[in-house]
Ligand binder design. Structure first.
Ligand code: BF8
Length: 619
């Protein structure tokens, strides 16, 4: 397909064109090579879990059960539970590493780190019942981090942060039997349940998926968010730039890609040291330019205003600019083939995580104890690569777009003066409701089109949009994170935005920061005095691909938030599973999933849902 058919990102198009001309393979080429996909796998009715198989359900050939006896419903449900557990594990293990870093900071083992938001540390200490009076921050941090580590898996019956949810929502969880007991426990039980011969009831298996996802949203992800805030600062409103044009042709360009801010924060510090600037000048550059990609990029954008180069499907194209010296990767959403792409250029791929080794990359193992020194080594590597850049091959297309970000729940509260002005605006109808638009890119959808079209449609209808992950980056590239984007919103929403000087689309952070959306929803629900399921809010993931996104969508729904997916999950082989997820869950958690690939129709669904919830509240 032509570049224009693959993306709506104007800075991506010339690079995609170049990749097609020069034969630089991208995700879109591999996607086309993989067509047509196996129709059994696509509908979820293939099972490759045990050695009696692999099996496929083919009703027209009378193959109705796998060798073990599992029918289509069970196979689809087990496959979906596997996806949820994988996603929950990815978020939560990332969270654990940050909590461990907080603990090492408290004990003095990780000397480069510090407590950047002591107020938040002490608020959380209060939630755990830890007495901080008369004690210094580090000693409080030691207790808080140990309490958080216990959330992962000792003998417990609930995760502390689930208490942030309103009572009515907690009651729904209790009655449904899905109150998460501990983060790891639910994930391990999910893995147990996908072993052959553990349960044959598809509904019971899927309900455990909801419980596992709640352990992610209100547990692992929320700890990742809050601990990152304690260590690196809680985001506040700031203005920066987005798209591939944030690269600079006269600087050493270093991209930070992945998810975990523990290393990238140190790279920011190292790159700002005067000796590094001197070294860069000696190498012929005007300085060092750090840019972000994906969610590590979102973490840095939110807290430090570091420019954001792009989202998931931009990760190969940034190399094709010919102007990237180093791409530092940690983990998650990183194409395994990046070193192949980089081999066409002078770009170095630097892997940093012992659990995410990538052949063809340079490996600089990163540990909190020696973080700053490792960061310095990597920055020096970038400086050394600069003279190898071939200026004739440099293509940095277009201009960066301005974006206002930093909308943590704390920043929103401060900026609005508490939740009540937002609740008032919703009650009087100037803001119709709130929608969380989140998740990835997927080559099944024209890059960014799902996110941008849906977001435009929602604000046009007066719905305030909260975004995270690659969705937020897409919005930024499209100019929707500028306060002037209020001009594209319905008059009531536009007035609210202008009064507060904000855009109608709030960038709330990385994917683990979808937990911020939960906390915001909980805050609004408490303000009104209802469960989350009664709020005029909705979720959407127009271009999702990742298991992590499945976990997010599941904890949105389990928390009472109707959620519309733009890409069909692999469940259509079981009409019973489809019916449970799109209708039956309403009886359990008062929310359901919907699937709608057309973003305008998805906006119709969300608007109708929000109006229904408004009338339920009598507003
Ligand atoms: O965790 S939105 S493609 S980068 S999975 Fe990945 Fe999806 Fe992007 Fe962030 Ni989230």
């Amino acid at each position: 397909a032509k570049a224009e058919e693959r993306t709506i990102d104007e800075t991506a198009k010339p690079l995609l064109k170049l990749s097609l001309e020069e034969g630089i393979e991208t995700v879109w080429d591999r996607f086309e090579q993989q067509q047509p996909p196996c129709r059994f796998c696509a509908s979820g009715v293939s099972c490759n879990r045990c050695a009696m198989g692999p099996c496929r359900i083919i009703p027209e050939h009378n193959r109705l059960r796998g060798v073990c006896g599992a029918d289509a419903d069970l196979i689809v449900a087990r496959n979906l539970l596997d996806m949820i557990a994988t996603g929950a594990a990815a978020h939560s293990d990332h969270g654990r590493e940050i909590v461990e870093t907080l603990h090492k900071t408290a004990t003095g083992e990780a000397a480069g780190y510090m407590i950047s938001d002591p107020g938040k540390l002490r608020r959380i200490a209060g939630e755990y019942g830890i007495d901080g009076a008369g004690r210094d921050d580090l000693s409080v941090a030691a207790d808080v981090s140990l309490a958080m580590l216990e959330e992962y898996g000792t003998i417990k019956n609930e995760i502390c942060f689930t208490r942030r949810a309103p009572d009515a929502t907690r009651q729904v969880w209790d009655e449904a039997g899905i109150m998460p007991r501990s983060v790891d426990r639910e994930i391990v039980e999910a893995m147990h349940r996908v072993q052959m011969g553990v349960g044959a009831d598809y509904a019971n298996i899927l309900v455990h998926g909801l419980r596992t996802s709640l352990g992610d949203g209100w547990g692992g992800s929320l700890m990742a968010t809050d601990t990152s805030d304690i260590l690196f600062g809680t985001p506040d409103l700031n203005t920066s730039h987005v798209n591939l044009a944030v690269l600079k042709d006269d600087r050493v360009n270093i991209a930070l890609h992945g998810h975990n801010p523990v290393l990238s924060e140190m790279v920011v510090r190292a790159a700002g040291e005067p000796e590094m600037l001197d070294l860069a000048r000696e190498a012929g550059a005007d300085g060092i330019n750090l840019v972000g990609l994906c969610c590590t990029g979102n973490e840095l954008l939110m807290r430090k205003g570091i420019p954001q180069a792009g989202n998931h499907l931009n990760q190969e194209l940034i190399i094709a600019t010919g102007a990237l010296e180093v791409m530092i990767i940690d983990y998650q959403c990183i194409f395994p083939s990046l070193p192949r792409t980089a081999s066409c250029y002078h770009t170095r791929i630097v892997s940093t995580s012992p659990k995410s080794r990538v052949p063809g990359s340079l490996y600089f193992p990163f540990y909190p104890e020696s973080a700053l020194e490792t960061a310095r080594e990597i920055v020096r590597l970038g400086i050394e690569a600069f003279p190898e850049r071939d200026p004739a091959r440099v293509l940095i297309p277009g201009q960066p777009v301005e974006a206002m970000t930093g909308f943590s729940v704390e920043a929103i509260g401060r900026h609005f003066g508490g939740f009540s002005p937002l609740v008032d605006a919703i009650a009087e109808g100037s803001v119709l409701g709130v929608a969380g638009v989140v998740g990835c890119n997927n080559p099944k959808v024209r890059h960014d089109e799902g996110h941008v079209t849906l977001t435009r449609e929602l604000i046009r209808r007066g719905i305030l949009v909260a975004e995270t992950g690659c969705a937020a980056i897409a919005a930024g590239k499209a100019g929707l994170l500028r306060p002037e984007a209020a001009d594209m919103a319905a008059p009531g929403l536009a007035n609210v935005c202008r009064a507060f000087g904000i855009p109608p689309v709030l960038h709330m952070g990385s994917c683990v920061d979808c937990s911020r959306i939960l906390v915001l929803a909980a805050g609004l629900a408490r303000e009104i005095g209802v469960g989350i399921h009664r709020l005029p809010i909705a979720g959407a993931a127009p271009e999702w691909y990742s298991q992590k996104a499945v976990s997010i969508a599941s904890y949105f729904v389990a928390s009472g938030v109707y959620t519309v997916l733009g890409v069909m999950p692999k469940i259509t082989g079981s009409p019973a599973v489809v019916d449970l997820l799109t209708r039956g869950l309403d009886g359990l958690v008062h929310a359901t999933f919907a699937v709608e690939p057309d973003p305008v129709r998805a906006a119709d669904l969300i608007e109708a849902h929000i109006k229904e919830k408004r009338s339920g509240l009598g507003i």
